[in-house]
Design a protein around this ligand. Structure first.
Ligand code: C5P
Length: 315
């Protein structure tokens, strides 16, 4: 095959707790991640030339080595130096639907799709664990974007344990088209404001204690209990992002008043989501939100929760 196209889904965080500092400068996290049905299309196509090229239809997405998807291909090339001579180079094409700088892991999903697509194109025969280990070198969210579905993520966010999938639930995603939040800024601001609360993550019992905080959410997921999941949605980063962006805080109040199961900011934001028990309920919330915000003021999407992140569309 000379080309593979994959659908690469966005993620939301149903739970994000910052446990403490890590010696590597990152934060120790306990997160529950969930794939949602808003996806980019990523194609890897064999090139005669021994090089990596990247094209994206979104003007704000770089096409050089600052793009995680490009770096994913460069990492595989570095680890398998002979592969381009044997198999040729690659052109990566990204068709963007996931908003950029949104807290939805769009860039990470693209990089995950490149790792999986190139594993097929270059016939590397890597296992999912091997792909996730490479993914962790590129970014904390990418191992989850390879696994997808519903998962608990610990460590930097790169240690993934898959949970029972959630059937039949939907989300309304809401993002201001003009606003994006820098993830390093959000974590740095959190450290400045809340470092006094950090647990000593070098102590295993402290980390276990932190994981216990997430247990009501885990129980709700195990019971497929939508209302309980809605009730236990939690994100520490809201404590710094919402005060810095009063307009996002106001949007959250409005979205939460529309009658879903629960409303939360995803990742470092600014995307907000409301969980619903059905597609019809989600569409009803979109209609209500449209009486408050125009399309220029707020992007709104209805998406099902998905059992996986990557799907092969064409080869
Ligand atoms: O790993 P990734 O490149 O996606 O992380 C982006 C930024 O988010 C990091 O540079 C760091 O500032 C912050 N971060 C963190 N702790 C984590 C994950 C991310 O501080 N566990």
């Amino acid at each position: 095959m000379d080309s593979y196209s994959l659908s690469a889904a966005a993620k939301i965080n149903l739970y994000l707790e910052i446990v403490g500092d890590r010696p590597d400068g990152y934060h120790e996290l306990v997160m529950v991640m969930q794939s949602v049905g808003l996806a980019d299309r990523v194609t890897v196509r064999r090139l005669g030339a021994h090089e990596i090229r990247l094209r994206c239809d979104h003007p704000e997405v770089p096409s050089d080595a600052s793009n995680l998807a490009y770096r994913a291909a460069a990492l595989l090339h570095q680890r398998f130096p002979k592969v381009m001579t044997q198999q040729g180079g690659v052109e990566i094409t990204i068709q963007k639907n996931i908003p950029v700088g949104a807290g939805l892991a769009g860039g990470s999903a693209n990089a995950a799709a490149v790792l999986v697509g190139l594993d097929m194109l270059w016939q590397l025969g890597l296992t999912q664990i091997e792909l996730q280990t490479l993914a962790a070198e590129l970014g904390s969210d990418i191992p989850f974007c390879i696994a997808g579905g519903t998962a608990i993520a610990t460590g930097r966010g790169e240690q993934i344990d898959t949970l029972h999938g959630l059937d039949g639930l939907y989300v309304v995603l809401a993002k201001s088209p003009t606003l994006s939040v820098s993830t390093p800024w959000a974590y740095k601001s959190y450290r400045q404001a809340f470092a006094d609360n950090y647990l000593d993550v070098a102590t295993a019992s402290q980390t276990r204690k932190a994981q216990l905080h997430a247990s009501p959410m885990m129980a709700a997921i195990a019971h497929q209990d939508g209302p309980a999941i809605g009730q236990h949605l939690y994100n520490d980063l809201e404590k710094v992002v919402l005060p810095a962006h009063p307009d996002v805080k106001a949007m959250k109040t409005t979205l939460a008043s529309c009658g879903g199961l629960g409303t939360l900011m995803s990742g470092s934001g600014p995307t907000l989501f409301t969980l619903t028990a059905s597609q019809a309920a989600a569409e009803g919330i979109v209609q209500q939100m449209r009486s408050h915000y125009s399309e220029a003021e707020l992007g709104l999407w209805v998406a099902p929760l998905l059992p996986s992140s990557l799907q092969l569309l064409e080869s």
